[in-house]
Design a protein around this ligand. Structure first.
Ligand code: BDR
Ligand code: CA
Length: 317
């Protein structure tokens, strides 16, 4: 099994990803670290603790950053995820409390306690990871792998969702993302290029509700608000499979085709939050990209296999 710490801004598709990770036998969900993003840090952390309680999860929950490193906060994405992150579902006040440590410290201490064993999976803004790197740079050699849901590289015309040129997680904290992407650790980025190739249709979610017990029912309930957003704004009957795709990568990397090269993030101006990868061999006269480690970016996915994997995992849980 792969031990993971899941860094998240819960979030409707975050909830779908958390349950996927908890349900799959190949993953041991050691910890959940929260970050601002879809909701405030208070709401997101409450949502995470409520999931832990409701689904009797063993994972620690540690509360993370409330705001980005440098840029002014963008604010919660209430039009997509509702007033408190879970759409029409209001998570009650959980009786559990969070780990006393801030997320960055929790991450650093877990990596030091189990060198080479833990995969960090991020499905929110990258602030906690950037802080962990700043406080303890040696973690680059302690992590097994970093898997990031974020960014959009224009592979199939997908360049952004919150702006024409930026994906939400990266747009929320571009400096943090640039630090995480240029750090000397093994990293895989699952961006809109692949997550927008898979869709949970209305019918798919109805079937999950009918076949996957209590978690299936919850996923259906929490996705109602999300599906209204998709149908009102994009005219789609269903939603893209963003955050669960990062978990699918951990379970079965063979579902994805990757492209290798250094990755940078635009940190200001009209394309703030845009992600770029240099993947050609050409040597440009003023090129300094070779200073940075080549990372893997997802460019294609077997969407049918991914949808089947998610469904099977929730039904068999
Ligand atoms: C990402 O942004 C958030 O709205 C989702 O939870 C996902 O992590 C998609 O751009
Ligand atoms: Ca998310």
């Amino acid at each position: 099994t792969t031990k993971i710490i899941l860094d998240t801004d819960p979030g409707i598709d975050d909830a779908m990803a958390i349950l996927f990770a908890e349900a799959h036998p190949a993953i041991e969900l050691v910890g959940i670290t929260t970050v601002f993003g879809n909701a405030t840090i208070a709401d997101g952390t409450r949502n995470a603790l409520w999931l832990k309680e409701t689904f009797a999860m063993q994972a620690d929950v540690a509360k993370g950053a409330a705001a980005p490193l440098v840029r002014p906060p963008v604010g919660p994405t209430t039009v997509v995820h509702g007033a408190h992150g879970f759409g029409d579902v209001e998570a009650g006040e959980p009786s559990l409390s969070a780990d006393p440590r801030p997320a960055w410290q929790y991450i650093v201490e877990q990596l030091k306690a189990a060198p080479g064993e833990i995969t960090l999976v991020t499905i929110g803004p990258l602030t906690n990871l950037a802080l962990a790197l700043e406080k303890a740079p040696e973690i680059v050699s302690l992590v097994k792998q970093v898997v990031v849901m974020g960014g959009a590289f224009g592979v199939n015309g997908h360049r952004g969702n919150v702006t024409p040129y930026a994906e939400a997680n990266i747009h929320d904290d571009p400096e943090a993302a640039d630090r995480v992407f240029t750090a000397d650790w093994p990293l895989v980025i699952i961006g809109l290029d692949v997550t927008q190739q898979s869709m949970f249709s209305g019918a798919y979610l109805d079937a999950l509700r009918d076949e996957a017990g209590v978690p299936g029912r919850f996923i259906w309930d929490v996705s109602r608000f999300y599906l209204r957003f998709y149908s009102d704004r994009i005219g789609m009957d269903g939603c893209h499979v963003h955050d669960p795709s990062a978990i699918a990568y951990v379970i079965n990397p063979a579902l994805f085709t990757l492209r290798r090269g250094p990755v940078r993030v635009i940190t200001s101006g009209p394309a703030i939050g845009h992600t770029l990868q240099k993947f050609d061999e050409r040597r440009h006269p003023h090129d300094d990209w070779a200073r940075f480690r080549a990372q893997d970016v997802g460019v294609a996915v077997d969407a049918n296999a991914l949808l089947a994997l998610y469904r099977r995992t929730l039904i068999d849980w």
